[in-house]
Write a protein that binds this ligand. Structure first.
Ligand code: C5P
Length: 342
């Protein structure tokens, strides 16, 4: 049985999902660390969030360009001329819509995390899983059984319960009392709501282009997507932060934490695209939910505390939902591809 498990993991589908789980765990831990150990009142200049989104997209272009040239064994000149040919193909324009939606979403992430605590953010962004399922049904004609819909609800509930168990209400109110005025819960929730739908739609739309469109390499598709991200991402910079950028520069306040977040976003985006290629957006939702559970357990180990019963119940829901989702695939329809998790 051990051998069978390794063979399963050697498949790109499961490998990419597993790596995504680890990347998400590290991201959650990093955000936590930066919030607890990275004093914001140090007098250092605050970075401009809208520029971080653009810088992350530029980083994605560089990473994907290197990977594209490496996978084709081309040199820089050849790589650029191939890229030019591909970028001028009309199908590039298809990426404008997901590019726009992801740009909106990546900005919403900063709005959400500036106005909501991490657990509240995690709980509310579970709406993504359901939005993704609905978009997969609608754009990709994926058949999802009633039991599978139930499993997705159970998944979201499980994460919500496990996360809510980690909110310490007393500590929370004491700690945030000073900055309460700066936080706007309703604005944060609105940002999450927008992000759920843009994530669901843009992800599935990208998957559709990748799997059903012209055969173009994943790295090229990523470069096309990120290019729209850069161009469109400059709009919120200009509209929202023109004065600050003009005064303090584009890269003001970029310390090692900001660069770490940017790099994490760029590599995370690459991973997401690999998961969309080898697995799909719904399984991606499972991977990120598992990551939240693992990260919560890990931080309790690191802090030397124990998890409570609510966490255990939540984790149980998540595991059950994975098993149910894999066990009850929709009935095969000759017109449409069958859809199974495991
Ligand atoms: O929240 P969600 O999981 O939908 O976020 C997906 C992230 O992956 C976005 O930040 C998006 O910019 C990124 N992405 C990417 N390249 C792709 C698809 C998504 O960088 N091909």
């Amino acid at each position: 049985p051990m051998g069978a498990a390794w063979a399963l993991l050697a498949q790109p589908k499961y490998l990419s999902l597993l790596v995504l789980v680890f990347q998400n765990v590290s991201l959650v831990m990093m955000i936590r660390h930066s919030r607890t150990h990275h004093g914001s009142g140090s007098g250092a200049k605050e970075y401009v969030a809208t520029t971080a989104v653009v810088t992350a997209e530029v980083t994605k272009i560089v990473i994907n360009l290197v990977l594209e040239m490496w996978s084709n064994r081309t040199n820089l000149a050849e790589g650029f001329s191939n890229l030019r040919a591909e970028l001028s193909h009309p199908s590039t324009l298809k990426l404008a819509l997901p590019g726009l939606l992801y740009m909106v979403q990546n900005n919403m992430l900063f709005v959400a995390l500036s106005n909501l605590s991490v657990p509240v953010y995690q709980v509310t962004s579970q709406g993504k899983v359901l939005a993704t399922a609905i978009c997969s049904r609608w754009l990709l004609q994926k058949i999802i059984s009633v039991q599978q819909y139930g499993a997705l609800v159970l998944l979201a509930l499980g994460v919500a319960i496990a996360q809510l168990s980690s909110i310490d209400y007393n500590k929370h109110s004491a700690k945030t009392a000073g900055s309460e005025a700066k936080q706007n819960q309703l604005l944060g929730l609105g940002a999450v709501l927008i992000a759920c739908f843009t994530s669901g739609f843009a992800g599935v739309y990208f998957e559709k282009i990748l799997k059903h469109g012209r055969k173009v390499s994943l790295y090229i598709r990523n470069i096309q997507l990120a290019s729209f991200g850069v161009i469109l991402g400059l709009i919120p910079c200009a509209l929202h932060d023109y004065d600050r950028i003009a005064e303090g520069g584009f890269f003001q306040g970029y310390d090692k934490w900001v660069w770490a977040v940017i790099l994490n976003q760029a590599l995370g985006g690459l991973l997401v695209s690999l998961v969309m290629k080898y697995a799909d957006n719904i399984l991606k939702g499972f991977a990120t939910s598992v990551a939240i559970i693992v990260a919560t357990k890990l931080s309790s180990i690191l802090l030397g505390t124990s998890v409570n019963n609510m966490f255990i119940l939540g984790a149980f829901f998540v595991i059950t939902s994975i098993l149910v989702f894999g066990k009850y695939p929709a009935k095969q329809n000759s017109q449409q591809p069958n859809y199974t998790a495991v």
